[in-house]
Design a protein around this ligand. Structure first.
Ligand code: ZN
Length: 160
């Protein structure tokens, strides 16, 4: 069975950045599962999986515009420390979720000052070409319910 829209695909992957450092890997846990064609994973990786089948192994390098986007230079923002619950215990590099008028935004702390905290709203992998080493472990038809929800149910997916 080949990968196309409305298939549920399970795969193992190892993700490396431009420096060749391993960013994350599914090898120490269960494979990642996604619904193909639903935009569950980054576009460049989804494209590379089209037509593949169980057992296929391949490597693909995805440019930022098909991964997490380019870095925005104005993505770093200075926020008064009083807006943080425990500003004094924040550390550089720490990831946290800020509640904003536009909803929750995940940020990275870049500088902790006495009165202000600088945070970077860019995704940590923005602006980077990413290399995925992929092994497809399962391809199956999605259920009607999965297609209507736009995501996978069961192992590797949503439980609800
Ligand atoms: Zn669901």
């Amino acid at each position: 069975m080949n990968i196309e829209n409305n298939k549920v695909v399970s795969f193992h992957y190892t993700l490396t950045n431009e420096k060749g450092e391993t960013v994350e890997s599914s090898r120490d846990r269960e494979p990642m599962a996604y619904l193909h064609g639903a935009g569950n994973i980054i576009p460049g990786l989804e494209k590379a999986l089209v037509g593949k089948m169980t057992g296929d192994q391949f490597e693909v390098t995805v440019q930022p515009n098909e991964a997490y986007g380019e870095r925005k230079e104005n993505g770093v923002q200075r926020i008064p420390a009083k807006h943080f619950k425990q500003a004094h215990s924040l550390q550089k590099g720490q990831r946290l979720v800020l509640q904003t008028k536009q909803g929750p935004v995940q940020v990275t702390v870049v500088k902790v000052g006495r009165f202000n905290i600088d945070v970077d709203t860019n995704h940590p992998l923005a602006g980077q070409a990413l290399t995925f080493d992929v092994e497809v472990t399962e391809v199956r038809d999605a259920t009607a319910e999965e297609i209507s929800h736009g995501h996978v149910h069961g192992p590797g997916g949503a439980h609800h």
